[in-house]
Design a protein around this ligand. Structure first.
Ligand code: FMN
Length: 193
């Protein structure tokens, strides 16, 4: 993935350096049921390399339930001030436990408590119930380091295609896509805008 990764890294660095982009790591994540019913939402890219693009979430969530039964997913970044979009498609795998432990340990304590208290995407009868769970977890871990909850983990999207899009005047945009062929070699082609 050397060449698409180089372009991804360069654009991502530009987005991170841009004052007008509040959440450069925000990306849409599309998943689907085995029957093909799609859903999407925003998550944050926490790390990436030639092995894939990683985000963290709760394994009780809808996205995780869909990934467990249909491992194909798509990511999309749009950085409006840069006039650039990147689409990534691929298979999803769980990150290694040690990677999840290490990222969890770097989070703010309140976010760590939140990960224990939230049964993400499950029905909630009232805000008070959630706040009571937060208070219960704060009491439980008072004065101690907070371990990663077993239901909180990361997913890695292992790209098989990456498309780059740059806005140009009169909608005559530039688009090019990289596909990983059956031999694992990345091949580039242009697309009409
Ligand atoms: C800017 C932004 C960043 C977010 N980052 C994450 C994230 O990294 N992980 C996550 O689980 N949810 C994140 N969310 C919340 C998700 O969009 C979503 O509401 C939640 O994960 C439940 O989705 P699901 O029911 O489809 O699983 C973020 C939302 C926004 C708006």
């Amino acid at each position: 993935m050397q060449r698409p990764l180089e372009t991804f890294t360069q654009w991502f660095d530009e987005a991170k350096a841009h004052d007008g982009i509040k959440e450069p790591t925000a990306m849409s994540l599309a998943t689907a049921t085995p029957e093909g019913m799609p859903s999407n939402r925003i998550v944050l890219l926490k790390h990436f390399d030639a092995d894939g693009f990683c985000f963290y979430t709760n394994h009780t969530s809808r996205k995780s339930a869909e990934i467990k039964t249909n491992s194909m997913a798509a990511l999309c970044f749009y950085w409006m001030p840069l006039d650039k979009q990147i689409r990534i498609e691929g298979r999803v795998e769980k990150v290694q436990d040690h990677e999840a432990d290490s990222y969890f340990a770097s989070r703010m304590r309140t976010s760590q408590i939140g990960a224990w208290a939230s049964l993400q995407s499950q029905p909630l009868d009232s805000r008070e119930t959630f706040e009571a769970r937060i208070a219960q977890m704060e009491a439980k871990y008072e004065g101690q380091p907070i371990p990663r909850p077993p239901h909180w983990h990361g997913w890695r999207v292992i790209a098989h295609s990456i498309e780059f899009w740059v806005q140009r005047d009169y909608r005559l945009h530039d688009r090019w896509v990289w596909h990983c062929n059956s031999k694992g070699v990345w091949e580039q082609s242009l697309l009409y805008p």
